[in-house]
Design a protein around this ligand. Structure first.
Ligand SMILES: NC(=O)C1=CN([C@@H]2O[C@H](COP(=O)(O)OP(=O)(O)OC[C@H]3O[C@@H](n4cnc5c(N)ncnc54)[C@H](OP(=O)(O)O)[C@@H]3O)[C@@H](O)[C@H]2O)C=CC1
Ligand SMILES: O=C(CO)[C@H](O)[C@H](O)COP(=O)(O)O
Ligand SMILES: [Zn+2]
Length: 341
């Protein structure tokens, strides 16, 4: 069959590529249904990813957050129409000490390899996780982003000390919202404090114990562990502010992606004995955990509904451009694409 792949060829410009795919293979065929735009996709779309990376990775189909429906299973084990979430990371080896998303040999969709903007996806059986009936499709579209916070929490729990009285989350955007929501569900007795730049965004964090604008933090605040969900230029200020407010021997989980190296106060990292935990992408176990968590906590899914921002029906390449442009000007939440092309 001929599959159409919608690739970014240069900033703000997409082209359709036609690829011949055989159904005589082990791949499960998925029709994408709901997709969501990640900050990483925007860096490619706008060309902010840097000349070298753009030249190396383009042309490629964007988007690594999304769900779909099974249309063909060569083994006939998965029923046609089954709703699934797609895992963008594809590992090619296993390592006892290194998770699939850190193996240098793994391929990540929409970062050098075609993402979900295609008519059909041909996925390995272990790269999909079945979704329960009735789970909100707009929220499910960005399950991958939820797995990022879940993965970071797993790493934090394996690497940090056991006093978890006060958590600080830096970043008043999507990832900050999801991370603080998961922290509050997982540690209901702990205090979760969110630090951000915008009062109108902080107002959405109704479920946390405190919120503060980063230039109005009370002097006496002390946190046991911190999560950074800022990225870009802001991550430098955020990490250095965390170093100032964290109690000695605490941990900082860094999730924000920066295009350029950031300068951080290493002297105080040493003096305070801080553990810095880097966390990037996610793997199958994080998707399974996340879907289970969503099944068990319907109120968690309801809160995530607050993050659904712009919803765009996409039927043409112009609609794709429209969705990305509107996402740039959107002031809150995730842009969801109803994939009808
Ligand atoms: N590690 C991983 O695997 C993943 C990382 N990411 C990365 O995480 C980062 C956040 O993503 P996302 O939440 O979607 O982006 P958002 O833009 O929604 O969130 C970032 C928020 O942080 C605010 N901010 C800026 N500076 C500071 C500061 N010094 N202290 C506190 N808050 C600040 C921003 O405000 P304002 O907009 O006003 O500047 C914005 O509201 C991005 O870099 C993204 O690429 C995303 C997915 C996966
Ligand atoms: O968003 C992400 C995962 O959800 C990562 O930040 C993204 O994969 C980083 O990739 P790139 O190096 O292409 O910017
Ligand atoms: Zn992403």
């Amino acid at each position: 069959m001929i599959n159409q792949v919608y690739r970014l060829v240069s900033p703000r410009q997409f082209e359709v590529t036609y690829k011949d795919r055989s159904l005589q293979s082990n791949y499960v065929v998925i029709r994408p249904t709901y997709l969501s735009i990640c900050a990483a996709d925007q860096r490619y779309y706008t060309g902010r990813r840097g000349k070298e990376a753009m030249a190396k990775k383009l042309p490629m189909a964007l988007i690594h957050e999304g769900i779909g429906k099974v249309v063909y299973d060569p083994l006939n084990k998965i029923k046609t129409g089954t709703k699934v979430v797609m895992i963008p990371n594809t590992p090619f080896e296993e390592d006892e000490y290194c998770a699939e998303n850190y193996l240098r040999s793994s391929k990540f969709r929409s970062s050098g390899y075609d993402g979900f903007m295609q008519d059909y996806l041909f996925m390995n059986r272990d790269r999909i996780v079945e979704l329960p009936e009735g789970l909100d499709s707009h929220v499910s579209a960005f399950i991958e982003l939820i797995t990022i916070a879940m993965h970071s929490l797993v790493r934090f729990e394996a690497r940090s000390h056991a006093r978890r009285n006060v958590f600080g989350v830096w970043g008043d955007g999507n990832l900050g919202y999801i991370t603080s929501l998961i922290l509050k569900r997982r540690y209901p007795e702990s205090k979760v404090i969110v630090f951000g730049k915008n009062q109108y965004k902080l107002d959405h964090f109704s479920f946390v114990d405190e919120t503060h604008q980063i230039d109005e933090i009370p002097e006496n605040i002390s946190i046991d562990h911190a999560f950074e969900a800022v990225g870009g230029k802001g991550s430098q200020d955020a990490i250095n502010q965390i170093i100032d407010y964290i109690y000695p021997e605490g941990s900082i989980s860094i999730m924000g992606v920066s295009e350029y190296p950031v300068e951080i106060n290493t002297r105080m990292i040493l003096e305070k004995g801080i553990t810095v935990i880097g966390s990037s992408r996610s793997g199958r176990s994080d998707f399974v955990n996340t879907v289970e968590f969503m099944k068990e906590h319907p109120e968690f899914v309801e809160y995530l509904g607050t993050l659904v921002g712009e919803v765009h029906e996409v039927r043409t390449i112009n609609d794709i451009i429209d969705a990305f442009e509107k996402d740039i000007t959107s002031s809150w939440g995730k842009t969801v694409i109803e994939w009808k092309i």
